[in-house]
Design a protein around this ligand. Structure first.
Ligand code: CP3
Length: 344
């Protein structure tokens, strides 16, 4: 392994499948409720209040970088921010997730989706990105929700177990469905391009719930909108990460959509993920987040297994298979970062 990389660039190098000094690691939902310093901010400020304030956004984005020693920061924001920024009424309920006052139902609802003008609609977010990318010791990851996952909240009105309304709309009204996904893709493109323009060094597209789809529906009715987002970012030359939960049957499609890095949840071991994704992509993952609540010996064994299955091949960003659970002890995460740096 080349010793030429360090904390400032090993994440980006691994995304590009270049040699690294040690395996880089960061955590989805690292800037969240498992950190007491985050909870302290949240006692005084609501989610949208934080996102509307560049200093607070920068503060909570930075907290896990300082405490955990991770190799990348992820912007503190939410996948529904672009919709909120163009005037769609959405709140984020603690312990629940995004909830829409008036869910998307008919063609008339398309009128509510005007284009995003990032410089005015999300100015504080972009100010935070500018100051963070100038000050952080590690690269900043910008992100957006993929059209399907955002649509699932917007159509259902909130979190869902079976996505019945969403899947029904998708099959019963294909023209309206693709118009909705197109508008949501446009929002994601505008937001992501602006984040990169302000200094984000990589982007992640969260299609968290795409694993709920039959592969045929994913390929025919969802993937084209996500692929358009990746294609619209090609000229920016930043690594593009594509992540979803329960996407074992979709992993090859997640790469083929135009990503450079494919996120893997814990249901598929990394060696099998590599077979499914093929060469030519970096992989990100995939320790089961639930195991991080177990005694350290359990975490260590599971982390070593992830590293063994990758086998030192270039192009591995260590992460959990999904977000950090709120009940996780942050000291376990710090220990995990040290372990991966020492053994990966
Ligand atoms: O550390 C980070 O990952 C950065 C910040 C971030 C948040 N949301 C902050 C947040 C990111 C990247 C997201 C993305 C997001 N939001 C996704 C995709 C990622 C994933 O986990 O699959 C999704 C599906 C959402 C929608 C959403 N927002 C959910 C499901 C929740 C959790 C609800 C809960 O309380 O259990 C939120 C709220 C949210 N977004 C929190 C945070 C830190 C917790 C809310 C709080 O502080 O009250």
């Amino acid at each position: 392994m080349a010793a030429s990389s360090d904390r400032s660039d090993r994440f980006l190098r691994a995304c590009r499948r270049e040699p690294v000094d040690v395996t880089p690691i960061w955590f989805m939902r690292q800037a969240g409720r498992c950190l007491p310093e985050y909870r302290a901010v949240r006692e005084r400020h609501g989610m949208f209040e934080i996102m509307a304030n560049a200093e607070l956004t920068a503060e909570v984005t930075r907290q896990p970088v300082d405490r955990l020693g991770v190799d990348a920061a992820i912007l503190f924001s939410d996948i529904v921010l672009p919709l909120s920024a163009i005037g769609v009424d959405v709140e984020i309920k603690p312990g629940v997730g995004p909830v829409f006052a008036d869910p998307f139902r008919t063609a008339a609802d398309l009128e509510r989706l005007r284009p995003l003008e990032p410089d005015t609609d999300m100015a504080p977010v972009l100010d935070a990105v500018r100051s963070l990318s100038a000050d952080l010791p590690v690269p900043l990851i910008g992100f957006a929700g993929a059209p399907f996952t955002v649509a699932s909240y917007f159509v259902e009105g909130g979190p869902s177990r079976d996505y019945a309304k969403t899947k029904s709309l998708m099959r019963a009204e294909p023209a309206l469905w693709s118009a909705l996904l197109d508008r949501l893709a446009d929002l994601a493109i505008a937001s992501l391009r602006a984040q990169v323009g302000a200094g984000a060094a990589a982007i992640q597209l969260f299609d968290s719930w795409a694993g709920a789809l039959a592969p045929e529906d994913y390929r025919g009715r969802v993937m084209p909108a996500s692929a358009r987002i990746f294609a619209a970012l090609t000229d920016l030359d930043v690594p593009r990460i594509h992540f979803g939960v329960g996407t074992g049957e979709l992993l090859a499609d997640f790469g083929a959509a135009g990503a450079d890095v494919v996120g893997v949840d814990w249901r598929i071991p990394m060696d099998e993920a590599r077979r499914r994704v093929g060469e030519g992509y970096a992989l990100q993952g995939n320790l089961d987040p639930a195991l991080c609540t177990a005694p350290w010996s359990v975490v260590e064994t599971a982390a070593q297994d992830v590293l063994d299955r990758v086998g030192g091949a270039p192009g591995h960003v260590f992460n959990l298979g999904h977000g950090v659970l709120p009940e996780t002890d942050p000291d376990v995460l710090t220990q995990l970062v040290d372990f991966v740096h020492a053994n990966g």
